[in-house]
Design a protein around this ligand. Structure first.
Ligand SMILES: Cc1cc2nc3c(=O)[nH]c(=O)nc-3n(C[C@H](O)[C@H](O)[C@H](O)COP(=O)(O)OP(=O)(O)OC[C@H]3O[C@@H](n4cnc5c(N)ncnc54)[C@H](O)[C@@H]3O)c2cc1C
Length: 425
């Protein structure tokens, strides 16, 4: 059946131009929908550290024709070494696509990835920067939106997709709930920033643990800079209280004080933090929404089901979720209720699987005492030997072990066929 008329008239507003928003805009635009992408920041946000693209998301970037563009900007990280204050290596995990290393073939700085998706979608959607949704009103034929900017313009759409990340204001507005209602905190915070590479930096990432639940992870970015993560477990609520202030200087000072006397290369890393103009503070948490849509408003990516950076699957989930949502919207474009129900039914089991995090995480990875750090290093030392010996590959094919610890044990998702996006003439 030809559906070109309806496809032209389908009007979708996507709020948030991070990772999921532009992927969704690409696929909807490809099918002929009229897409507006609204981004609160006045430009594409380039902050953030290395993220990876796994599992089904690799197939989707191939279908989008951006695999080569992504490969060009990967960090080419060789692997991760766990070091002590004298830079002695306790464990090293070389790059692997089998789930035996934190480094995979597709490590990419988040801002570079956001840019690839922006470039791929910018002619398929109308991008509006520096604006956001002020109010939403469902009508009989669609949904009316008032924008926040001075013009307070009103527009009507068939659907609104919220892709605003973990702390989404539009989710709170549409679902009439507190901003933090679906957020499950893991009490870990990560300050990320970058600085020039020094003599001790190479293509390996290095992870260092310090007492009092502090950790520093420094990684190459493929462009001669070091991408640093200063990690901290805070169960007192102090960081939560000051994070909301958005006062960068205050937050920087807080982290510099937290890492005072941590040893290793901390001083040079904190100098980098002090000077950084790309400082970004991220709460490590999960989003677990009871339902992903309400009326004509639907949630995607971190807004709906943030798995947290601990899972290493946030970016993958946003890419896969956006693709599946776009396919369902196009397939059932006459009936948004069926489309949104099908989206959730298809994706939810897969999401629930990737949201499972290692028991005891994140505390187990950031011990309180030197004794705890010693146990962690010994465990990693043994694990790295098991991985190198190939025993892990054998074990990962064995039932329960494979399901728990290897990427091959993750639930597979059958992606909708991309032919659904072909425009009929
Ligand atoms: C600046 C930044 C840095 C990050 N750094 C890391 C990192 O180092 N490591 C990691 O694992 N994950 C990081 N993340 C999260 C990571 O991008 C996501 O986990 C994942 O890619 C899912 O993407 P998403 O599109 O759902 O959300 P995001 O990538 O978070 O994108 C959300 C977008 O929505 C915009 N937005 C927010 N509120 C509104 C609003 N009210 N109206 C309009 N637009 C709005 C934001 O500015 C952002 O551009 C970062 C996210 C951001 C925004």
């Amino acid at each position: 059946m030809s559906n070109s008329y309806l496809r032209k008239s389908l009007r979708v507003l996507v709020s948030g131009a991070g990772i999921g928003g532009p992927v969704l805009a690409y696929w909807l635009g490809k099918a002929g929908a009229s897409v507006t992408l609204l981004e609160r920041a006045d430009r594409l946000r380039k902050e953030g550290q290395t993220v990876d693209i796994n599992n089904e998301a690799r197939t989707i970037v191939k279908w989008m024709g951006v695999e080569e563009a992504i490969r060009k900007v990967t960090t080419k990280e060789a692997g991760v070494k766990f070091v002590d204050s004298k830079n002695k290596i306790w464990a090293a995990f070389a790059q692997s696509n089998e789930g035996t290393s934190p480094t995979s073939e597709f490590e990419i700085v988040r801002g570079e990835l956001a840019n690839v998706f922006y470039e791929a979608s910018k002619y398929k959607a109308e991008y509006i920067f520096g604006d956001s949704i002020a109010s939403i009103q469902e009508t009989e034929t669609g949904v009316q939106v008032v924008f926040s900017s001075k013009t307070r313009q009103t527009r009507e759409y068939d659907l609104i997709v919220v892709a605003e990340g973990l702390a989404s204001r539009t989710r709170a507005l549409a679902f009439d709930e507190d901003l933090r209602a679906p957020i499950h905190p893991l009490h870990m915070w990560v300050a990320s920033f970058s600085f020039e590479q020094g003599e001790s930096d190479d293509q390996w990432a290095r992870m260092y643990n310090a007492i009092n639940r502090r950790g520093l992870l420094i990684r190459p970015d493929g462009f001669g800079r070091v991408r640093a993560n200063a990690m901290f477990i805070d169960e007192s609520g102090t960081l939560q209280a000051i994070a909301g202030s958005r006062d960068q200087d205050k937050l920087k000072e807080h982290f510099i004080n937290l890492f005072n006397g941590a040893g290793w290369e901390t001083d040079r890393i904190m100098d980098g933090l002090r000077e950084a103009d790309d400082f970004y503070l991220q709460e490590v948490a999960q989003a677990k929404c009871k339902t992903w849509s309400k009326g004509r408003v639907v949630l995607v990516g971190d807004t709906a089901y943030c798995p947290s950076p601990l899972s290493g699957m946030g970016t993958t989930a946003a890419i896969v979720g956006s693709y599946v949502l776009a396919a369902k919207i196009i397939k059932h474009q006459h009936d948004h209720r069926t489309a949104l129900t099908a989206y959730e039914a298809t994706l939810r089991p897969w999401i629930e699987d990737i949201q499972k995090i290692f028991p005891g995480a994140p505390q187990i990875g950031l011990p309180e005492t030197q004794w705890g750090i010693g146990i962690l290093r010994t465990f990693l030392y043994v694990l790295s030997f098991v991985v190198k010996s190939g025993v892990f590959d054998v074990l990962s094919n064995i039932g329960a072990f494979g399901e728990r610890f290897s990427s091959s044990g993750q639930k597979k998702l059958k992606l909708p066929d991309p032919s659904v996006f072909k425009r009929s003439s």
